[in-house]
Design a protein around this ligand. Structure first.
Ligand SMILES: NC(=O)C1=CN([C@@H]2O[C@H](COP(=O)(O)OP(=O)(O)OC[C@H]3O[C@@H](n4cnc5c(N)ncnc54)[C@H](OP(=O)(O)O)[C@@H]3O)[C@@H](O)[C@H]2O)C=CC1
Ligand SMILES: CC(=O)N[C@@H](CCC(=O)OP(=O)(O)O)C(=O)O
Length: 343
């Protein structure tokens, strides 16, 4: 069994990860951390997980975590910077759900995250954990940077168009909507019921920290720096992201449906809907799937791609487990076979 530790197991991505790992046939969740709830049994915070073993939250401790085969960080930015190096030196693999190792340029990271980069020496070996692009490297990695939730939805949506060079990379638009769990479980006014329900708003239009992350990946795919307008929105639901993506077709004879079906034919967690489809957030809720549909309204030169994920699963914890499976030589889908929850 793989002994796993989760730093930040009281947060939304942390407890979702724990839920997945408890059901995983090859993993034993061994250490779950909380600073404020150390000593509390798991079920006292999460009664849905009652009966799943005798786990007790403990303070993040390098010795206990260093006994694990793999440690996941489901923590705010900066925590993995401080602890990952020590764990790697002890032979523990690290899968970071935060943004600490996603951006390869430490100066760029500092500008967007407002703090110095705490572990630039680890950036070279960190692998961006999007299996649909980096599967071979993930299998060899010791340190994974799990992509952000918006970047997962947006990148998988644009990928086939940019790989094949059939759209103008200078004119991409991503109009993305997220549920409130994307902001995490920590107390903040914007996540209160009276603020977030019965409301729909855009935010961070001048610049969101996911923009440089998306551009880093799309630049490598397109072979040039794309022009992307990224507008995130908060919608009054708990889970899910729907990204509506727009691009201008430069190769009018492209069979877009065939392009998407061929690109994702072997991908267990990307589901291209039949022509004319409209993916919904509820059709991926609780699953590790990204569901895509590609349209060309009126047969014109605008391509519309719709991309739906569960931000807590394919956007974070499920993708982390997918990476772990690859790193440990397990079937990529192990423990991730769940079917969407309705409603
Ligand atoms: N929510 C989402 O949809 C997504 C989130 N992410 C990223 O994943 C990470 C976790 O997000 P999320 O679960 O939403 O966040 P939450 O706010 O829900 O949880 C954060 C967790 O981190 C712990 N924590 C906070 N500070 C520290 C610290 N200094 N040292 C150790 N543990 C700490 C908290 O536990 P305690 O206070 O009990 O110690 C808590 O369990 C973030 O980096 C986020 O950006 C990525 C993709 C999607
Ligand atoms: C709805 C909401 O607030 N979403 C968050 C993004 C999710 C997240 O946690 O960001 P990382 O993927 O970088 O870790 C935000 O816009 O800041």
């Amino acid at each position: 069994m793989i002994r796993a530790g989760i730093v930040g197991a009281t947060g939304y991505t942390g407890v979702e990860l724990l839920r997945l790992l408890l059901a995983h046939p090859r993993v034993e969740p061994a250490v779950i951390t909380s600073r404020g709830n150390a000593g509390e049994p798991l079920e006292s915070l999460f009664p849905n997980l009652r009966g799943q073993g005798a786990l007790v939250f403990q303070a993040p401790d390098a010795d206990a975590l260093g006994d694990c085969d793999v440690v996941f960080f489901a923590t705010p930015h900066g925590v993995a910077h401080a602890m990952a190096g020590d764990l790697l030196a002890r032979g523990t693999r690290v899968i970071d759900l935060s943004a600490d190792f996603r951006i390869k340029d430490p100066h760029l990271w500092s500008r967007w995250y407002g703090q110095p980069h705490g572990a630039p020496e680890l950036l070279d070996e960190a692998v961006y954990g999007l299996p649909e692009i980096h599967r071979a490297r993930i299998t060899q990695a010791r340190l994974i940077a799990v992509p952000g939730c918006y970047p997962t939805a947006v990148t998988l949506g644009f990928l086939p168009l940019l790989e094949q060079g059939v759209v103008d990379p200078a004119r991409l638009v991503a109009d993305a909507k997220s549920g409130v769990s994307g902001a995490g479980r920590k107390a903040q006014v914007g996540s209160l019921l009276c603020e977030a329900s019965e409301n729909f708003k855009a935010y961070a239009v001048p610049g969101h920290r996911h923009l440089p992350e998306i551009l880093q990946t799309l630049s490598a795919v397109a072979g040039q720096s794309p022009g992307l307008t990224f507008v995130p929105h908060l919608v009054p639901m708990i889970r899910g992201i729907l990204a509506s993506l727009y691009a201008t077709l430069t190769h009018a004879d492209t069979d877009l449906q065939a392009l998407y079906e061929a690109r994702y034919a072997g991908e267990p967690f990307v589901d291209v809907l039949p022509a004319g489809g409209h993916p919904e957030t509820r059709s991926v809720r609780g699953t590790n799937l990204c569901r895509l549909a590609v349209h060309r309204p009126g047969g014109g030169d605008t391509v519309v791609v719709l991309s739906a994920i569960d931000n807590l699963v394919k956007g974070a914890s499920g993708q982390a487990v997918q990476n772990m499976n690859l790193m440990f030589g397990l079937p990529e889908t192990l423990g991730l076979e769940s079917i969407a929850v309705l409603p």
